[in-house]
Design a protein around this ligand. Structure first.
Ligand SMILES: Cc1cc2nc3c(=O)[nH]c(=O)nc-3n(C[C@H](O)[C@H](O)[C@H](O)COP(=O)(O)OP(=O)(O)OC[C@H]3O[C@@H](n4cnc5c(N)ncnc54)[C@H](O)[C@@H]3O)c2cc1C
Length: 230
């Protein structure tokens, strides 16, 4: 496992793709060569008094990084600055750092995330599958509405390629055929709790805390719950 000492880097926005009405995939490039660092995050130092904003790494290859950022319309402009930026804009940032670490054990892993909370999970799932883990790996991907979903093609192609990986999409504010309906916590029961050895949860503190509580209620080993809160 490789950890890098944080230091200031300069990256340039090379490509921008809109994935949903408010979620963007952003690819940055630099002359700094960095290895793939799954699950960790980078912190932009943004101008105009905005300050530091952290983003999980979706993927990295040598000197390129891909992030997925939600444009929070009523926020303090960190995500707006990044999502509205023109290709060619350069940024200072530090990282990657972070302890939301994927265990190297080849065991059954449950991943649960809401919205852009799936960004580090995608990275962890890919790493786990590519490492030859043949135990059950499941992602619960929750959003409010069908139009908030992204990366279905990527997750679906992973489930076609690896028969031990399944992805379940759920909508909390819409009831549409083909999707589960309800909150992320509705999915947990004794069966789910017994099926997995580890759980990786990512998103807003309140969602992560409730999911953790429900897992514990069904006797999931507390030591094997890993969380990242945005
Ligand atoms: C370790 C870490 C990793 C992160 N990775 C990502 C990532 O991969 N993608 C990403 O979009 N954001 C990520 N975030 C959140 C990001 O750092 C900012 O908080 C977010 O972009 C909002 O900043 P802002 O200045 O626009 O608004 P702020 O004024 O800072 O926040 C406005 C409100 O939006 C909430 N919020 C923060 N992030 C989100 C989100 N993704 N979706 C909905 N509401 C949100 C905040 O809790 C706050 O209530 C991460 C945060 C941390 C700590």
């Amino acid at each position: 496992m490789i950890f890098y000492t944080p230091r200031m880097k300069e990256f340039i926005l090379q490509e921008k793709k809109q994935l949903t009405h408010d979620v963007y995939e952003l690819k940055y490039v630099s002359d700094t060569d960095m290895s793939h660092v799954p699950w960790q995050f980078v912190t932009f130092i943004l101008p105009d008094g905005i300050g530091g904003r952290s983003y999980s790494v979706l993927s990295a290859d040598k000197n390129e990084f891909v992030l997925i950022i939600k444009r929070v319309a009523d926020g303090k402009k960190g995500s707006i600055t990044l999502c509205d930026a023109e290709v060619g804009t350069s940024y200072k940032w530090v990282g990657p750092v972070g302890k939301f670490v994927l265990s190297e054990e080849k065991n059954a892993k449950l991943f649960a995330g809401t919205g852009t909370g799936v960004v580090p999970l995608y990275n962890q799932i890919l790493t786990s599958l590519e490492s030859g883990n043949t135990k059950d790996i499941c992602l619960l991907f929750w959003v409010r509405k069908e139009t908030d979903l992204f990366y279905q093609e990527q997750f679906n192609s992973l489930s076609e390629k690896y028969n031990n990986f399944e992805v379940k999409y759920a909508l909390s504010r819409e009831s549409i055929e083909g999707y589960h309906h309800g909150y992320i916590t509705d999915f947990v029961d004794t069966d789910l709790s017994q099926r997995f050895d580890e759980a990786y949860l990512c998103w807003a503190p309140v969602v992560v805390d409730s999911m953790e509580e429900v897992l514990k209620k069904y006797d999931f080993d507390q030591e094997k719950i890993y969380t990242e809160k945005y």
